[in-house]
Design a binder for this molecule. Structure first.
Ligand SMILES: [Zn+2]
Length: 118
């Protein structure tokens, strides 16, 4: 069983169906093995894509710059432009999808919408 069939790479038709190990496009008749199409962009099926505030795709280990943030337990919060190295993408609560350490603050979770890849 193949879930979440990819759209046709030739005509981007969404109504593809699986036949044996191949995916078939009813629009243009293109047949392909979905395992091979993973190489060109769009990672393996099911992989979550986390994007920063301007749409850059973020990956584990990236360095990002945060917007000004209020931080729990800190009266001054985090200054805009603070660099955060070695982020880790997580499936956190309440839309927090970045796990990181910030100098002077320690470990915390951020939303990808408040960072920009450095
Ligand atoms: Zn097609």
């Amino acid at each position: 069983m193949i879930d979440n069939l990819p759209s046709c790479p030739k005509c981007s038709c969404e109504y593809t169906y699986a036949m044996n190990a191949l995916v078939v496009c009813p629009e243009c008749g293109h047949e392909w093995a979905p395992a091979e199409s993973g190489a060109e962009g769009g990672g393996p099926a099911g992989e979550r894509v986390v994007k920063d505030a301007v749409g850059n795709v973020l990956r584990d280990g990236d360095t990002v710059v945060v917007k000004a943030l209020k931080a729990k337990g800190s009266p001054s919060g985090i200054k805009a432009g603070t660099k955060v190295r070695g982020i880790r993408l997580v499936d956190g609560v309440d839309g927090h999808d970045i796990d990181c350490r910030i100098d002077g603050f320690g470990a915390m979770q951020l939303k990808s919408s408040v960072v920009k890849r450095a």
